[in-house]
Design a protein around this ligand. Structure first.
Ligand SMILES: [Zn+2]
Length: 1017
């Protein structure tokens, strides 16, 4: 040992770099040819693009260009007997393929502009020959994308490196020995003997290699470090399970088509590393990604299946994609589980019973029940570690939902799904694990993710040294499912968290890319109606249920609910592609639904009617509404999940007591007064004799706040600065049958909002149907209704129920939940009276004090049209564009009601605002069906049928019901077409119990917010 002071850690880091530079010795260059295309082409068309002959330093493409690269050369004679590798970096991502075009390894640019904390994703080494003879020709083909892991590209698509090199295996071994020991110093107590022992060994090694770097000194250095590496830990108080992973954003800073290629690169790398590291276990979530592998890379998929069968590759999490859970509807969440679980079961024989959502922006309080009723046992995430205000108190806990169901949750203590699997990772897990006294187990998820890639050699070399490293918690690789089983043994001791897992961040994603969100709401409602009509049409008319098409349509809809697509945090190209697809899907669903409506109408006895029209109601209660039938308005009462036939020739237009003027809309229920600026100054509830709008305040002002945020976030204090108010430029009133209408046109700069405000005879729903031409920048359009209601909590619809949230900011937890998710409505009620705000496609709500506020449009720059961040644009330069600068269509409605939200039928009003009645014109004909009919009837208003569909296995029919008010309810369900058998199944349609059938009826008892699924045939 030297008499001098030990090296500092910085000196030792320099020694580590010295070792790293000696791992590979370049011995030759490769000839580079590329064939560039703007979109990917398959291997057999690899030479179809523009041919480029390239050298290192040459540019080959722009962002998202594609190219097939060919690298040619010869192994130099000097390499005889040595392991030879190629070093390839084209400043993009590449997938190296074999002679048949099958992926063998993913390579990634050494630079990434987004996140250097992941470490340099330097997958640039392609092992070529473990034992070269010299003189062998080299020809390697690779499919390249001109993007890095995070879409954006630093270096402009230029070739960085293409060479032949020796790999000095001993030096590589020394590098990882040294790196792991050095990193452990960041965790071990400096005064411990263990720390000092390692420091001394590193010092000796550093001195040695500084004197001479040769094969002999490398061997000697490893011998010096070996005893320190070999020290074993004792009886640990915490064990870490490690699982390899590549978090894959299915569309984000790159188009969806690139994700498919990212998948091939990632799986090829994982499979290649499995050959080299026998204890390596890799987990892949999202069946959608595997489905793409099956379609696009069948040979690779075959090898994936083989590794799954061996237990080395774990099918992970039961959701079809890692979806959003604030905006995604209830039935969609069920289908995410249904299709996800079925894929893994059918393709791999795997029964996955846990849910994996590491990156989604907050978790709905409906999830514990949905998971539990789908037979899921565990849930995992880490995202709440991103909250900006409060520290979530647990990482192993029970999560209780609105119905009381609870599910054990593990929140990764390392707070990342991109662990470097280094000593500092083990150190962070131990230090940060808030429930370590209760549980001896924690999960580490290692690899490089977001843009895929997954674990590299570095992760696996480190883990080989950390299995039982004295001074650190032992780390063993194993499937996440095995971890959960072991960890759950301590679950009885875990604390419980009740209600939503609110992410105190990313509230802007409830609003950004409004057009896309509207499309999701519309397709969810359209599929709901189609499935009910299609089930009924097959049952009663023999029209085949379109199960194949529904399967495909649903899976595409589920894909677009991915946690960067539906929330609006992807680049514009993603939405440019989803928009026409949603249009096509909506058109197809409408065609299928219209056909079923016609078939059902054709079965009804309409003989003797001059112009028969069948009116269908997809909701599970009778609705009485005004609508246009033929040439005139009719008020019709349509049975639940049923129809009624009316004769359009038989119109006796009544006179309606409705009035419309630029300053007043009035019917028998409400009198609404508008100020000169167009804002509402008064809403008088006539039967209740109450003023609804707070005295001296104005409602429905179109307020534009400065929003300097991005797709995810806006400043919490945005409302501290006064908004700009859109100016009324025209107001036109008219009466159309039973409807009083006021059309207001507002302007601000180049933006225009036209609102058609309407009030229909007999209804207290004041509806606002808006069309906007939006041109603002850094702007957030909101509308607010200050009302005369006093309540400490407001209610918001979520999937299969609702949640209550405080209307005050008493604690930091209340303060943080300022902008919150709601589905079809938000409601502020006191015991005797309340006001709801309904919507047809908006989600970002704020109810504080006595004001109900809704976020309508956000136009923000990043990751907008050109993927630019504000700081990347020089002052004075034109910006490349903002989100949502386009045409918008949306509706909302003010709904004052007597009593609370249940007495006031707010839940039903929300559905009715989103699900119009369907009219089908037919002719007079005989038929088997009566002029009024219903598929199902329920005798309790609190129980709602969310879904009627064919069973996934084609055996019988499914109805999904839930208690919507938060009460214990007994009810009877009556089937119009007599069933042979009715049973209870879970959300995956697995049998639970047979129900007693009394005639055509079964009796059900619901607990508050309980979901029940029935199968009948
Ligand atoms: Zn993600």
């Amino acid at each position: 040992m030297s008499d001098f002071l030990p090296y500092t850690v910085k000196d030792l880091e320099r020694s580590l770099s010295t070792i790293e530079r000696q791992i590979y010795s370049r011995i030759g260059d490769l000839e580079i040819t590329a064939w560039r295309t703007s979109e990917p082409v398959p291997f057999d068309q690899r030479c179809s693009g523009q041919e480029l002959h390239l050298r290192v330093g040459d540019k080959w493409g722009d962002l998202f260009d594609c190219a097939w690269f060919r690298f040619r050369g010869e192994i130099p004679g000097a390499a005889a007997g040595q392991p030879v590798v190629l070093l390839l970096d084209v400043n993009g991502e590449m997938c190296v393929v074999d002679d048949a075009g099958v992926p063998v390894r993913g390579l990634t640019t050494g630079t990434s502009v987004f996140d250097f904390s992941l470490g340099l994703p330097g997958k640039r080494v392609l092992p070529l020959s473990p034992d070269a003879r010299g003189g062998e020709p080299i020809e390697v083909w690779a499919d390249a994308g001109c993007n890095d892991l995070f879409g954006n590209l630093q270096g402009n698509g230029t070739v960085r490196e293409a060479s032949v090199a020796f790999c000095h295996a001993e030096t590589r071994g020394l590098y990882y020995d040294f790196e792991v020991l050095l990193d452990s110093l960041a965790v071990l107590p400096p005064l411990s003997a263990r720390y000092q022992e390692i420091l001394v060994a590193l010092n000796e090694t550093a001195s040695l290699i500084r004197g001479e770097f040769s094969a002999a000194t490398v061997r000697q250095a490893r011998a010096i470090l070996a005893p320190a590496l070999a020290k074993r830990g004792g009886d640990p108080s915490l064990r870490i399970s490690a699982i390899g992973h590549a978090h894959m954003d299915l569309g984000w800073l790159w188009p969806i088509r690139e994700t498919k290629r990212k998948g091939a690169r990632t799986f090829a790398t994982a499979l290649a590393n499995m050959e080299r590291y026998p204890d390596y276990v890799f987990a892949a979530s999202q069946p959608q990604l595997l489905q793409w592998m099956k379609e696009g890379y069948p040979e690779l998929y075959g090898r994936i299946k083989q590794r799954v069968a061996e237990g080395r590759l774990e099918p992970q999490g039961a959701l079809w994609v890692e979806c959003d859970t604030n905006l995604t509807g209830g039935e969609s969440l069920v289908r995410q589980l249904l299709h996800g679980h079925r894929f893994f079961r059918d393709e791999f024989g795997a029964d996955v019973r846990y849910v994996w959502l590491p990156d989604t922006f907050g978790y709905s309080a409906a999830l514990p029940q949905i998971l539990a009723r789908a037979g899921m046992k565990y849930f995992s995430t880490q995202k709440l570690s991103w909250s900006l205000i409060n520290t979530f108190p647990h990482q192993s806990f029970h999560w209780r939902g609105i119905d009381g169901s609870a599910i054990p949750v593990h929140m990764l203590p390392e707070e990342t799904y991109n662990s470097p699997a280094a000593p500092r990772s083990a150190g962070k897990i131990e230090a940060n694990y808030r429930d370590k006294g209760l549980s001896e187990h924690a999960l580490m998820v290692f690899g490089i993710g977001d843009g895929g890639g997954g674990p590299g050699e570095e992760h696996l070399e480190r883990l080989a040294r950390l299995q039982n490293f004295a001074g650190l918690c032992p780390v063993q690789q194993e499937p996440a499912a095995a971890f959960f089983e072991r960890w759950a043994a301590d679950a009885a001791r875990f604390a419980t968290w009740s209600g939503e897992l609110y992410l105190e961040r990313h509230e802007g994603t409830l609003t950004t890319h409004g057009r896309n969100k509207r499309a999701n709401r519309r397709i969810e409602q359209a599929l709901r109606e189609l499935e009910w009509l299609a089930a009924w049409a097959e049952m009663s008319c023999g029209v085949p249920y379109p199960s194949g098409r529904l399967d495909a349509i649903w899976k595409e809809v589920l894909l677009y609910q991915f946690h960067d697509i539906l929330p609006g945090s992807s680049i514009k190209r993603v939405y440019d592609e989803t928009t026409p697809r949603y249009e096509a899907l909506l058109a197809e669903v409408e065609t299928l639904a219209a056909g079923r409506g016609e078939a059902l109408a054709g079965h009804i006895d309409t003989a003797g009617l001059a112009r028969p029209v069948a009116i269908f109601n997809a909701l599970s209660w009778e609705r009485t509404e005004w609508l246009i039938v033929g040439d005139g308005w009719r008020r019709v009462a349509v049975p639940p999940l049923g129809y009624i036939v009316v004769d359009a020739a038989d119109v006796a237009e009544p006179t309606h007591e409705v009035h419309a003027a630029p300053d007043r809309l009035e019917n028998d229920r409400l009198c609404v007064r508008f100020g000169e600026d167009g804002a509402i100054v008064s809403v008088l509830d006539k039967p209740a004799g109450r003023e609804v709008i707070a005295s001296g305040e104005r409602a429905n002002r179109l307020a534009v706040y400065h929003d300097p945020g991005d797709a995810w976030d806006f400043p919490m204090d945005y409302a501290e600065s006064a908004p700009r108010i859109m100016q009324l430029v025209a107001a036109e009133a008219r009466v159309d049958g039973p409807r009083a209408l006021l059309t207001q046109t507002y302007r601000l700069g180049d933006s225009i909002v036209v609102q058609e405000i309407s009030l229909v005879a007999g209804s207290p729903v004041l509806a606002f149907a808006a069309r906007a031409t939006w041109r603002e920048r850094e702007a957030m359009l909101r509308v607010a209704f200050p009302v005369t209601v006093r309540a400490e909590e407001a209610a918001f619809e979520i999937q299969f129920g609702h949640v209550r949230r405080p209307t005050h900011r008493n604690t930091t937890w209340d303060l943080a939940r300022d902008e919150v998710a709601g589905q079809k409505w938000a409601d502020l009620s006191q015991r005797d009276y309340g006001v709801a705000l309904l919507n047809d496609c908006k989600y970002g709500h704020k109810v504080k004090g006595h004001t109900i506020d809704l976020n309508l449009i956000r136009s923000v720059p990043y990751p907008g049209p050109q993927l630019v961040r504000d700081q990347d644009v020089a002052p004075g330069e034109p910006h490349h564009g903002y989100t949502d600068q386009e045409e918008h269509v949306f509706s909302y409605a003010l709904y004052p009601h007597a009593g609370d939200l249940v007495a006031g039928d707010v839940i039903q009003a929300g559905y009715q605002f989103n699900v119009p009645l369907r009219t089908v014109e037919t002719v007079g004909h005989p038929g088997a069906a009566a002029s009024r009919g219903s598929l199902l009837q329920i005798d309790a208003r609190a129980v709602i049928v969310e879904t009627v569909k064919q069973a996934e296995d084609g055996q019988g029919w499914i109805a999904r019901l839930y208690e919507a008010t938060g009460s214990a309810v007994k009810c009877r369900v009556s089937f119009t077409v007599p069933p042979r058998e009715v049973s209870k199944v879970n959300l995956l349609e697995e049998p639970l119990a047979t129900l007693e059938l009394q005639g055509n009826t079964v009796e059900l008892a619901f607990q508050p917010f309980e979901i029940k699924t029935l199968r009948w045939q």
